[in-house]
Design a protein around this ligand. Structure first.
Ligand SMILES: Cc1cc2nc3c(=O)[nH]c(=O)nc-3n(C[C@H](O)[C@H](O)[C@H](O)COP(=O)(O)O)c2cc1C
Length: 270
């Protein structure tokens, strides 16, 4: 193969190679070369591992849904166990299911960012900016085919981050079976105590609304006038995350969230 380098270039290369190993130009060259190779390796690894990360994120979400519904068994295959659920895309405004989207692949977060499937919120207590008009919900039926639980996604701002989670309700649409978050950036030991099993257990058996249908659920330091069965104790030392959780739960369980769907549930229309 012909050597395309000019005599000047060959001379410069020879002079560079002849420099002592600890000379400044060689040190800089090696440092830049190491950085380039390392960044290429990291970029290639990030691209190659992305599909695996997506699979793991989906698996983690499915585990959370199984956990909040109280049917997670670490010894059972997650994909198999998840088949117990009946996913549906819910149109929030009507509280009814739609066939417009495939529930098995519908991306709630992408839908919330898409102007065609979401609305910008004027009244935004959950601090989410835009709300998808459609969300994926999961029904769990008993062996006889009767509705046992509904699992509803919810999210909202805490102190540092948006918390993403699920609430599990009994078939009456009012009794809470459980609540847990699967993604947030609150401080470990403070706001991240939302993940503490003892705190999560406080949600079980609480009721969203009173006998008149008024939403009463409260996450606060003291119980609301409506009574302890509507109250979940605040997180110690994390009042701001607590307020965030209170606001997001009330937003999603209210008229702008699952209100119409809960009415349909209570009427036995689901
Ligand atoms: C580094 C740091 C991290 C904090 N993280 C949180 C948090 O994740 N959630 C929260 O509500 N408060 C957090 N706080 C505390 C808040 O600033 C505030 O003091 C607290 O919410 C008040 O709660 P209390 O009234 O229960 O004491 C953090 C404070 C510091 C200094």
């Amino acid at each position: 193969m012909p050597d395309d380098n000019t005599p000047q270039q060959q001379g410069a290369l020879r002079r560079f190679l002849a420099l002592p190993t600890d000379s400044v130009p060689k040190t800089i060259f090696i440092a830049v070369a190491v950085c380039l190779v390392a960044s290429m390796v990291v970029s290639a690894a990030a691209v190659a591992l992305r599909p695996l990360q997506e699979v793991n994120a989906l698996k983690d979400k499915q585990i959370n849904i199984l956990q909040v519904a109280g049917i997670y068994d670490p010894n059972e295959d997650v994909v198999t166990a998840f088949q117990a659920f009946e996913p549906h895309v819910l149109e929030l405004a009507t509280g009814t299911f739609t066939d417009e989207f495939d529930a098995s692949i519908f991306d709630d977060r992408a839908a919330a960012d898409n102007p065609e499937t979401s609305v910008a919120l004027d009244h935004d207590p959950a601090g989410i900016g835009r709300q998808s008009r459609y969300v994926t919900v999961y029904l769990l039926r008993d062996d006889a085919g009767a509705l046992d639980k509904v699992i509803l996604p919810l999210h909202g701002y805490g102190l540092w981050s948006t918390l993403y989670g699920f609430i599990a309700l009994e078939a009456n649409g009012n009794d809470i079976y459980g609540l847990q978050f699967y993604d947030h950036g609150e401080t470990p030991g403070l706001g991240a105590e939302v993940d503490n099993p003892r705190w999560k257990a406080l949600w079980s058996g609480k009721q969203l609304a009173d006998a008149d249908g008024n939403l009463q659920i409260s996450v606060s330091k003291t119980p609301p006038a409506a009574g302890a069965h509507h109250h979940v104790d605040a997180l110690a030392g994390a009042t701001l995350t607590t307020v965030g959780v209170h606001n997001l739960v009330n937003f999603w369980m209210g008229e702008a969230g699952y209100g119409p769907f809960l009415e349909n549930l209570k009427a036995g229309n689901v």
